[in-house]
Design a protein around this ligand. Structure first.
Ligand code: ACM
Length: 496
């Protein structure tokens, strides 16, 4: 059932029709936008900046009243009610390249497809001697799910803003659109909360294994939000509660059940800490933390954790989950929690992030939405095989095929396609401490998961995917990604 497609596009588009010939960039090529808008101009400049660097061409950006000028690349948004918001069309002939969508989001995805239709050298950071040809084609494309996410645990190990920006750049290429930051855990609190400064100043001083730790100032965090926004990626903050909270209790022992300050924690056990669910100061703390983060977060989501609260009494846990959802709602956010939260009554807007087996029927009946992150398919901290230096294996080994070959639509009995917000690949960092480590665990499993979330199930095929991924090798190499050279993939040498 696979369609003819150019070998290297990931995720696979809904429709790709090859046509004879090719468009070739020349020194006379220009980028046109229609209508005139700052947002379209910004997307055009994003594309132009990449192309100028490697081609040396001027690639001026101008407003066009008339799409499809010869030798132009035209980006246009159209008021066409037959398009979905993230849908785009891309038409390449020998004379012009035309990208169309109803929203800038769709156009940004069209640009990513165009990028992958160009030779891999388009990803270089210097002038390249290349023929800049794009195969003539007609593409119509739209995502299966609204959420194609990546989660990075910055609590077990801290990663500086530059590392997060690198992740954002790489997510954009594969049309991922949510970056979930696991900002707090027993081992570290990584975001400054101005009304509770010791959370970061004291609780941010540790990391797994005794490393230096660190935290983001609010200005740094706001800069990341903006950096991601320009690539149509939404940051989702997670403040883990009511368990996994040791780092907060070090500076504020009044939030703990026995008022005693624990020490900083650098191990990897889970389930030993809890907020004092029965104290009102806990809800003042949550109001302040969620209030400050909601103000920094343009997206509609706030993640409150909720998993592995093994030191919270069950009755308290249920009350807690109900109250924290209300606090999120008061601050204009939909609450997200890991699947343990289904034990409590959920508000209609709440989202369950499914990560381990559990009885989901009550939440399915309640009609809440799910993000699917089953550990056995999506946990990027699982080793590829027994020889992988980094990572864990409690959910099994995850080779590329394990991450690719599953259907999000058939994981939870009775869950409708509309109730699946999307898929997300979490990377927990007990064993991961550098950007190179992140890249090794995420690539190429993240592109595989991106296709799971984007591409229509009936078009997806492992044999076809592994060939496209093989072609992506040269692109990932050009991007300098420290990727895992899986034996499942028939990689080509850089020479071809
Ligand atoms: C989790 O992996 N504890 C959500």
């Amino acid at each position: 059932m696979t369609q003819a497609n150019p070998p290297s596009l990931i995720p696979l588009p809904l429709e790709y029709k090859a046509a004879p010939g090719a468009f070739t960039l020349t020194p006379a090529t220009a980028i046109a936008i229609a209508p005139a808008s700052a947002e379209l101009a910004a997307i055009a400049e994003y594309l132009a900046a990449r192309l100028r660097l490697v081609t040396g061409f001027a690639l001026p950006v101008h407003v066009s009243a008339e799409p499809m000028q010869n030798n132009d690349i035209t980006l246009s948004t159209l008021p066409d009610s037959s398009f979905d918001k993230a849908e785009y069309r891309l038409s390449v002939t020998a004379h012009s390249v035309n990208l169309q969508a109803v929203s800038p989001t769709g156009l940004f995805y069209a640009v990513q497809t165009l990028r992958q239709l160009l030779p891999p050298t388009v990803e270089a950071n210097s002038l390249q001697n290349e023929t800049w040809s794009i195969p003539a084609c007609e593409v119509r494309d739209a995502p299966r799910f609204a959420w194609r996410g990546f989660m990075l645990d910055v609590a077990r190990h801290f990663f500086p803003p530059a590392d997060i920006k690198r992740c954002i750049d790489l997510l954009a290429l594969y049309k991922c659109n949510y970056l979930h930051l696991h900002l707090t855990d027993d081992q570290g609190w990584r975001i400054m909360i101005e009304s509770w400064p010791k959370l970061a100043e004291v609780g941010g001083l540790s990391a797994v294994g005794g490393g230096a730790g660190g935290f983001y100032s609010q200005a740094e965090y706001a800069d990341l939000v903006e950096y991601a926004r320009k690539q149509y990626i939404t940051l989702v903050p997670e403040i883990e509660t009511p368990g996994h909270i040791n780092a907060a209790l070090v500076g504020y022992p009044e939030l703990s059940i026995n008022d005693a300050a624990p020490g900083l924690y650098t191990g990897t056990q889970v389930g030993f800490s809890s907020l004092a669910v029965g104290k009102e100061i806990t809800y003042k703390f949550l109001e302040d933390v969620i209030g400050e983060l909601a103000a920094l977060t343009p997206g509609p989501f706030f993640h409150f954790g909720g998993d592995e609260a093994d030191s919270t009494v069950k009755a308290d846990y249920l009350v807690f989950v109900e109250r924290i959802q209300q606090i999120c709602q008061k601050h204009g956010k939909r609450a997200i929690g890991w699947n343990e939260i289904v034990q409590a009554d959920l508000l209609p807007g709440t989202v369950v992030q499914f990560w381990r087996p559990g009885e989901m029927e009550k939440a399915v009946q309640a009609g809440v939405q799910f993000i699917l992150s089953p550990a056995w398919y999506t946990y990027l901290d699982m080793k590829y095989d027994e020889s992988t230096r980094l990572g864990l294996n409690w959910a099994g080994f995850l080779e590329i095929r394990n991450v690719y070959d599953w259907n999000p639509g058939s994981q939870i009995p009775g869950l409708s396609e509309e109730s699946i917000l999307g898929v997300e690949a979490p990377l927990w960092t007990e064993t991961v401490s550098t950007l190179k480590d992140i890249e090794y665990m995420a690539f190429p499993r993240l592109p595989a998961l991106a296709e799971v979330g984007w591409s229509a199930q009936m078009l997806r095929d492992w044999e076809n995917f592994r060939l496209r991924l093989a072609d992506q090798g040269a692109r990932m190499q050009m991007l300098g990604i420290n990727f895992y050279q899986s034996p499942q993939i028939p990689w080509k040498t850089a020479a071809g």
